[in-house]
Design a protein. Sequence first.
Length: 308
Amino acid sequence: MKFLKLIRYKNLLMLAFMQLLFRYAFLKQQNIPLALSDWQYGLLVLSTVLLAAAGYVINNIYDVATDSINKPNDVVVGKGITETTAYNIYIGLNISGVAIGFILSNIILRPTFASLFILIATLLYFYATTLKQIMILGNFVVALLLAVSVLIIGVFDIFPATTAENQAQMASLFSILIDYALFAFMINFIREIVKDIEDVNGDYNQGMNTLPIAIGVGRAAKIALGFAIIPFILSALYVNTYFMENKLYIAVFYAFATVLAPLLYFIVKIFDAKSQKDFHHLSTILKLILFFGILSILVIALNIKYNA
């Protein structure tokens, strides 16, 4: 159980579910060739999950002092798992994730793509050790890495199977992945700011320079509100442009109920948020928006099939 807490297994399950959803609920429903077989795609998911797990481990190692104040019940390192053991787990997860990435890169005859897995592992390490202490930059990096976990699907499954004959269709599908990656980036970026507000006391005691520490909780909350308006407007335009015009009314209702309405709720509630409990609640709302937003790819696929 301590090991599962160390790697944040619930987040890893969500990551794996997201990648499987894009492949089997979306890409497999299109009349296109894919570069990876099912078992090879399973390796891509496994590699991504292993690297993410390594990121959680190194983060837990460096966050012991902060979490002891902010989330004492979540501290794992030093309570059942020694720091040495945690480091060994971190190294093992990273080596395994990068090795699988190297194998996959050679399978699709793009050996240089292995550098992507090395870059992910490196960024996760520097995020935990340095970048998370830098205002906004740490939030940007962790949000970017989630977006990359969406884009990597296109890099390994669509791009290598693209030919002159199917280039237009493949580019269209890749652009949809980019849309979802952008959505994931924006929501997770806002959530990281909210989490910094929630954890402001522990971060301040550790000498970190997060946004709420630098400019105050009230101003940081207003910035999070401002950023939240962007995905709200873009999502509304996306629904109107792509869903309404294609008469995907089930997808329209789903988007309003699970993305737009909760985002509006977040925008309204963050005005009055003051306590750690309030910001934790808002962080959970954003996590649900992200989950249901990604799940919309399945709803869209079913809506298209139903309309047909």
